[in-house]
Structures are given as structure tokens and as C-alpha cells.
Design a protein around this ligand. Structure first.
Ligand code: DX5
Ligand code: ZN
Length: 221
């Protein structure tokens, strides 16, 4: 059985003590750190930029998985790379020249990911799949943490898994939005290799370690 990684999204963390919260997740066995970058244009929310990636870089040894929900992401790729991103994932809706954008990311020595909104056809990814290191299935409409998982996402994950297998691709299949102990097992069974979880890790009244343990128990590995 392939390993499944858990990538806590800092969107649900306490920004007044971000470094400490991320370290808490690392100590509790988180595998990656997911950073949601939003520009207030592509999505109706404004979050963080390269400055926060740079600040986190010396804090944690975990890979920094940066999800760009911004228009014209190609303008910011070099800066995020210099700041220390390990993965840079762009939304296909923001990239008329997706192939060039993926190349640009990889030229910076960063792993390239592509993602798409729940209503965007998986077909928009078919031609780029052989080139990418990661594909992310958005299981909510991007913009905010704490939303409910869109049930149709599971079928999309399954279809994407079949496409990747058909290509012999070893790209990571990541899922983002509304992931928690209640649905993690079905998401992994559908073929996901990386689970992003914001509220399910940093939210609620339980500790980060308890939350991560609940997620691990749900997927049984
Ligand atoms: C949504 C973001 C997600 C979000 C996930 O636009 O891309 O990464 O933080 O948060 P939860 O796990 O709370 O749905
Ligand atoms: Zn995200």
C-alpha cells in the first residue's frame, strides 16, 4: 500500500503563533505544510504571500506545499521559489499557457502541481498530466477553509487516479477541501496520496496531535 501523506493547511492555524502551530503539527507527524495563497481576485479572499513562505522555511523541515489561488501566477513563481516553496500548484483556470507555467516552476527547481475547480472538467488536465509532479483535486470551491466536502469529488478522484495509472504517472494525487476523519478513508480508497486538512487539524477543541491521530486512524496507515 502506498504511503498517504497529510498536509495540514495553515489557513486554519493561529497566525499570531504560526511557527509554533506548524511545529506542533510537525511534531505530531504531519508530512507536508500546505500554504493557501489567495489574491482577492481569483478567489474572494486575501491571505498570505512569499513573505510567510520565507518565514516558515527555517521553522520546519517539512516540504512547503504552496497552493496559488491567484491570477497570473507566473508573475510570482520565481519569488515563491526563492522563498523556499517545495511544491507550487497553480489553478488551470488562471493559466492560458499552462505548459509554460509548469515549465517555469520546474526550471526554478520546484515541483509543479496543477489543480482545478470543482466545475472544471478533468479533461483540461489530460495533456499536462505527463509533465506534472502533483495534481490537486479541489473538493470545495476555493477561497475559504471550513467548507463541506463536495460528494461528487470522490468520483473525480477515482477518474483522475485511472488517468494517472493509464499514463504510468507517479505524480502525487492531492485532495483539498472539507477533508476530515469522516471521509478520509473513502478519499484514500479512491486513489489520493496526499490529504490537505485545515479545520480537521488546526480547528476544534482537540489538540493538533489528537486531530492528526484521528485522521491517521481513519485511513488506517
Ligand atoms: C480552500 C483551501 C484549502 C482549505 C482547506 O480554498 O485551498 O486548503 O484551507 O481547509 P479545510 O480543510 O478546512 O476545508
Ligand atoms: Zn489549498
Amino acid at each position: 500500500m502506498a504511503a498517504v501523506r497529510i498536509a495540514p493547511s495553515i489557513l486554519a492555524a493561529d497566525f499570531a503563533r504560526l511557527g509554533a502551530h506548524v511545529l506542533e503539527a510537525e511534531a505530531a507527524g504531519a508530512d507536508w505544510v500546505h500554504v493557501d495563497v489567495m489574491d482577492g481576485h481569483f478567489v474572494p479572499n486575501l491571505t498570505v504571500g512569499p513573505l510567510v513562505v520565507r518565514a516558515l522555511r527555517p521553522v520546519t523541515r517539512l516540504p512547503l506545499d504552496v497552493h496559488l489561488m491567484i491570477e497570473q501566477p507566473e508573475r510570482s513563481i520565481a519569488e515563491f521559489a526563492r522563498a523556499g516553496a517545495d511544491y507550487l500548484t497553480v489553478q488551470v483556470e488562471t493559466c492560458p499557457h499552462l505548459h509554460r507555467t509548469v515549465q517555469l516552476i520546474q526550471e526554478q527547481g520546484v515541483k509543479a502541481g496543477v489543480t482545478l475547480n470543482p466545475a472544471t472538467s478533468l479533461e483540461t488536465l489530460r495533456e499536462i498530466l505527463p509533465e506534472v509532479d502533483l495534481v490537486l483535486v479541489m473538493s470545495v470551491n476555493p477561497g475559504f477553509g471550513g467548507q463541506a466536502y463536495i460528494p461528487a469529488s470522490t468520483a473525480r478522484i477515482r477518474r483522475l487516479r485511472a488517468l494517472l495509472d493509464e499514463l504510468g504517472s507517479t505524480a502525487e494525487l492531492e485532495v483539498d477541501g472539507g477533508v476530515g476523519p469522516g471521509n478520509a478513508r473513502e478519499i484514500v480508497a479512491a486513489g489520493a496520496t496526499v490529504l490537505v486538512a485545515g479545520s480537521a487539524v488546526f480547528g476544534g477543541s482537540r489538540t493538533v496531535a489528537e486531530n492528526l491521530a484521528a485522521l491517521r486512524a481513519a485511513i488506517g496507515r
